[in-house]
Design a protein around this ligand. Structure first.
Ligand code: FUB
Length: 328
């Protein structure tokens, strides 16, 4: 596990966005000129660390906002707490948000009372909440790390998934098996799941389908590929193309792929962010005032994998959707 700051870590545009609370897995949205950031809220609850990530034992969400790069980052306090979600038992992992009309939506994963990761949705009249959770998880959605992408025609899509601790390997044909079943190393890797959302964004409009990542020759990335999907899905439209960013997990990188439909296939393009301090990596990209930014996290401040801090870096974007972090 990387314990020290890797030599090629990006020059962050900012230090940690906030101090005083640990934050991770940032999802960024610009609404009415303000950058809203929806992170996980890391806490040290004393949960025993294991390979499935039990130490990531988060119990609520805080929402952050910035009206300018130089201005203060506002921590709006608790937006949703686990005790207010009837079906959720533990581990409020990486969230995302969406807006439709006057309603704001918070999408989040949590383990239910049977220990199965499911995806919930909560609504508010304000981007910072407080959010009121629907009484049941979204039927047909599963695993972790929900991200919502809204296309130019107003259609919204929910993409989810994470292997190992995220339990994607325990689902087959949209059913939870409870059994870890990974493909053989030369078979196509497990794929995240994507589905269009209903008009009110509270349910799926269709069953999920696999979002397939392919190489330059059109072959699905194999399970042995160091850049196969692990967790942390994010879709944006960049330079008119669909960009799918994700964590490749044990390769500790944020990588991206480009496609012509939110459903994919997405062709692997390259590494956006090399390993940061800490085991996990997860982020989002967002355009703010004509400039693209990467929101990401690292564990540099705490030195502990599960106590992370959200940071920002500026991106340079080419006409074909290729991206890189600005280093100076
Ligand atoms: O924050 C908990 C989990 O760690 C997230 O859901 C993953 O993406 C990883 O960052």
């Amino acid at each position: 596990r990387p314990a020290d700051r890797p030599a090629d870590a990006p020059a962050a545009l900012t230090g940690p966005l906030v101090e005083g609370i640990w934050t991770a897995d940032p999802s960024g949205h610009v609404w009415d000129g303000t950058l809203w950031v929806y992170p996980s809220h890391d806490e040290d609850t004393g949960a025993t660390a294991d390979d499935t990530g039990s130490q990531y034992d988060m119990r609520d969400y805080h929402v952050l906002s910035l009206t300018s790069l130089d201005g203060p980052v506002v921590d709006h306090g608790v937006a949703l707490a686990i005790e207010d979600v009837p079906w959720a038992a533990r581990q409020l992992w990486a969230p995302d948000a969406a807006r439709k009309g006057d309603t704001y939506y918070l999408f989040f994963p949590a383990k239910d009372h049977d220990g199965v990761f499911r995806i919930g949705v909560a609504t508010s009249a304000h981007p910072a909440g407080p959010f009121v959770a629907e009484p049941e998880p979204i039927a047909g959605a599963y695993s972790i790390d929900p991200a919502v992408f809204t296309d130019d025609d107003g259609s919204s899509y929910l993409v989810t998934g994470g292997i190992l601790g995220g339990q994607l390997q325990r689902w087959r044909d949209d059913r939870y098996t409870g059994v870890d079943a990974y493909p053989a190393l030369d078979e196509p890797a497990l794929a995240p799941r994507i589905a269009r959302l209903s008009d009110d964004l509270l349910s799926l409009a269709e069953p999920t389908r696999p979002l397939v990542l392919v190489d330059d020759t059109g072959r699905p990335l194999a399970a042995r590929d160091p850049n196969r999907f692990f967790e942390g899905a994010w879709i944006s439209k960049v330079a008119g193309r669909y960009v799918f960013m994700y964590s490749n997990g044990d390769s500790h990188q944020l990588v991206y792929a480009i496609g012509d439909s939110p459903y994919g296939p997405f062709t692997y393009r390259g590494v956006l962010l090399g390993p940061v301090t800490g085991w996990t990596t997860h982020g989002s990209i967002v355009e703010w005032d004509g400039v693209w930014y990467l929101l990401y996290h690292d564990a540099e401040t705490s030195g502990r994998d599960h106590l992370r801090s959200v940071r920002m870096a500026q991106l340079d974007v080419d006409d074909d959707g290729s991206m890189r972090i600005r280093r100076s």
